[in-house]
Design a binder for this molecule. Structure first.
Ligand code: ZN
Length: 418
């Protein structure tokens, strides 16, 4: 909204055509026959993508720095160079069969913000910095969000250096081979605020016909493994009441947890992704049952309740059938609540541009989860067709691509001026 209360009708806008054509140009680097992208972290292909980005960044008059874990920082000076930066960014790496928008959209939209400010001769008080985080996907080196984790101090630099890909090549080897810097520590610049623009990677915005997702946080998530020991027996001669059948436990757990998750509202998620019996023979009572449970909820107290219910329900079923078993947590990522002032900047930018928005919580992890640990952070989502991502068919509308970048521009402007 302008100071006189009108919409930002003839105010500053990004150049949507330039942003779209750069997205399509970048998509040629690592293009796959099915229309996607294979530009995995620290490969020659990703390097080619970085070089193209740097050509554009240098033409925009930016200064460039690479830190010791391969994160790239592109800075547009502010009126007061001593002030902390207002940051945006995402990642250029993709899954082996990734799309044209996951990550790269946030990077090129950040560059478009800089170019739009240049086109309009607009100076900001704080410097603006575009970050390209190294190895966000974790598909080549098995640690998602690696660069931002090291930068934020959540992952030791040496641990990241020693990660290896399937060919046994380490992160450190690749940083050296590609001429990126290595060192003994990662210097973290002062950040006033950080915003990341990303495709939603889910179907909610599209289904509700909203253009902008104002992301207030990332949900709590965890993965568990339940193992129940039984006794193998012949399916014919063994009477039902004389079996030690571990599947009985599953028969109790499934309805109890499905009912439980429904009680925690529409935001709760429960997935039994893997269910297996051993030996897995049609005419043998299984000697062992193993299944996984993936639990998610944006609200921490609800999530904790759901997690506790899992243990209670499994233990009750084990007791009822006099069987032994265990519940193990394999992985857990706590939820993130984004900074209210950053979230408000996104919301007012969307309102000011007259764009329909929806407050939402991210279902997937992003570099912003790490950044939020050390700096005020929020995210902006736009719809992607069918909610499809990590897929070569990933697509987004030019209209939404432009709208998201305009929201980013105005949210960053408001954060960079005070
Ligand atoms: Zn991403």
């Amino acid at each position: 909204m302008n100071p006189d209360g009108t919409l930002m009708a003839d105010a500053l806008r990004v150049n949507g055509d330039r942003l779209w054509s750069r997205l399509m140009r970048m998509a040629q680097i690592g293009a796959t026959p099915a229309g996607g992208c294979n530009r995995q972290a620290l490969t020659d292909t990703e390097m080619a993508g970085r070089r193209l980005l740097l050509e554009w960044a240098e033409a925009a008059g930016c200064s460039v720095r690479v830190d010791a874990i391969g994160n790239l920082f592109i800075r547009r000076a502010g009126r007061d160079p001593s002030l902390p930066v207002v940051m945006t960014g995402s990642h250029l790496d993709t899954q082996p069969t990734g799309g044209k928008f996951d990550g790269v959209y946030g990077v090129l939209a950040g560059l478009e913000v800089i170019d739009a400010l240049n086109d309009h001769g607009t100076a900001t008080l704080h410097p603006i910095e575009l970050a390209v985080w190294c190895n966000e996907e974790g598909s080549r080196f098995p640690m998602a969000m690696m660069g931002s984790a090291v930068w934020s101090g959540r992952l030791p630099l040496e641990t990241a250096y020693s990660l290896t890909d399937r060919a046994g090549i380490s992160v450190r080897d690749e940083l050296l081979r590609l001429g990126l810097s290595v060192g003994s520590r990662v210097r973290r610049q002062a950040v006033k605020a950080s915003l990341e623009l990303h495709i939603e990677q889910g179907p909610v915005l599209e289904r509700q016909s909203k253009i902008i997702g104002v992301v207030t946080g990332v949900q709590n998530m965890s993965r568990h493994e339940v193992v129940v020991e039984g006794q193998e027996a012949h399916a014919g001669p063994t009477p039902m009441d004389m079996r030690r059948d571990p599947v009985r436990v599953l028969a109790d757990v499934l309805p109890a947890l499905y009912e439980g998750v429904a009680a925690h509202g529409r935001d709760a998620r429960l997935t039994f992704g893997c269910i297996e019996t051993v030996p897995g023979s049609a005419n043998t009572v299984p000697g062992r049952l193993r299944f996984t449970v993936d639990l998610r909820h944006p609200r921490t107290e609800r999530y904790q309740a759901l997690r506790a219910e899992l243990n209670v329900v499994v233990e009750k079923a084990l007791r009822r059938h006099s069987l032994n078993g265990t519940v193990n947590c394999l992985w857990e990522a706590p939820g993130v609540t984004f900074d209210p002032a950053c979230v408000a900047a996104v919301r007012s930018a969307a309102d000011g541009l007259g764009l329909d928005s929806l407050e939402m919580v991210s279902g997937a992890g992003h570099d912003s989860c790490n950044i939020a640990a050390v700096a005020p952070t929020a995210m902006v989502f736009i719809p992607c067709a069918g909610g499809l991502s990590h897929n070569e068919a990933e697509s987004a509308l030019p209209r939404d691509i432009t709208a998201g970048a305009n929201v980013l521009l105005h949210a960053m402007l408001s954060l960079a001026e005070t």
